[in-house]
Design a protein around this ligand. Sequence first.
Ligand code: ATP
Ligand code: MG
Length: 380
Amino acid sequence: QENISGIRVVKSFVQEPYEIEAFWKACKNSMDKSMHLIKVQGALFPLIQFLSATSLVISLIYGGILVINGSISLGDFVAFNTYLVSVVWPIAAVGWVINALQRGSASMARINEVLAQQPDIVDSPEVKPVRHLEGAVEFRNVYFNYDDDNYQELNDISFSMGPGDTLGIIGRTGSGKSTIVRVLLRLYDFASGEVLLDGLDIRKVPLAVIREETGYVPQDGFLFSTTIRDNIAFGRLEASDEEIIEAAKLAKVWEDISEFPEGLDTVVGERGITLSGGQQQRIAIARALLKDPALLILDDSLSAVDADTEREILKNLREFRSGRSTLIISHRVSAVQDADLILVMDKGRIIERGRHNELTARKGFYHHLYEQQLLQEQLA
Ligand code: ATP
Ligand code: MG
């Protein structure tokens, strides 16, 4: 399965022979085991039949002698043989059932391992009957690490955004930007501190509400191997075509879609492999926009679009989403510079914060990034 979805990587690294070899080994292993099983079965079933037939022969010969000698009557003999014949198959059937039970319980154990998994994060008994979120987010001294080691992926994170605000997060790769979002969506629980949604402890907000009220565009913008329509309407299956097209227009991907011969009915390959990286990203954005969420989260979702398209999408977001919160994560200053608050992250900490003007005036890391970007634009 990975070889097919990753076929371009396999080909571009000329790893076909190696992958074929690996696949062949796996198949060979499976075939050898099947052959072994079939050999055992092939030997066993004739053996059982042979034994039952032999017992019949023995009873015929020995019983016949007894009848001739007059030790038992002909009636006893016939009755005995009839019982014997009618008992052979039920006994064989019991064998079959035991066999099937054993195979079943081996498979069952493996299936149950998956089915019996309990999610680590579930609604606590103290959840409040919240139905709707306004999109206000507050972090107070939040600490978090993934593997209980000493490295803090989030180290004393505090910030707040009111409903309708735009928050920008920028920083080096691996600095903890996506981790903030994962904590915010309760995909992971934080170690200490407080996370508040609309002023309410996040642990008291039902999980379903948190996730329904947020539109999350993950960094890898996962697409399903179905039509573009179904991919965009994933969060709202009842959406009309007009609404889907509207969302696609806001995400600046409608022009691309309308040029496909099948339009919205275009089936995208596995994980969207038949689309360009920028098209995949924008379809993932359209999917989140269609939900019209109280809080929209774009995790580096504009990285594969050019500067002009990025500007237009951000402009659309500002117009269409006025009054609703947006959280934008990016490596590029251009994506966050209009935000109400910009956090600059490094190694799990917020090292600078403020608006664009304040940050550029401070001549720190943000300023450095900004100068690089200006230089790049000038070169371009
Ligand atoms: P990027 O800009 O590359 O997306 P990021 O700022 O979003 O980076 P995070 O994904 O938040 O970075 O990761 C922060 C740190 O946490 C990294 O050092 C990363 O190795 C680690 N990390 C991320 N996800 C996991 C995970 N599931 N388990 C363990 N460690 C993780
Ligand atoms: Mg990330």
